[in-house]
Design a protein. Structure first.
Length: 88
């Protein structure tokens, strides 16, 4: 049985976990940019408030915080949840 060096193992890991091609990498970059531009700021503020307040029901608290602090309130749309995702 041949031994492999740590560098070879790392290269293999990067190949299997990294983007498969340029198109996938572009999708990831656009997704990251979208989240940074539209979600991250208010989400981090909400998480900081959540950690400081420590409410009894943190998920509901964070959800309400995000709804109240949404900078695009006028553009909001309702997102229907199916029963399986709502109960998880």
């Amino acid at each position: 049985m041949a031994s492999t060096s740590g560098a070879e193992n790392t290269d293999t890991l990067q190949e299997t976990t990294g983007p498969q091609n340029d198109a996938e990498e572009r999708v990831q970059v656009h997704a990251r940019r979208y989240l940074e531009d539209n979600v991250v700021h208010v989400l981090l503020q909400g998480l900081q408030t959540l950690a400081r307040e420590r409410p009894e029901n943190p998920v509901d608290y964070l959800a309400m915080y995000l709804l109240q602090k949404n900078p695009n309130k006028n553009l909001s749309v309702e997102v229907p949840l199916n029963k399986t995702s709502a109960s998880q």
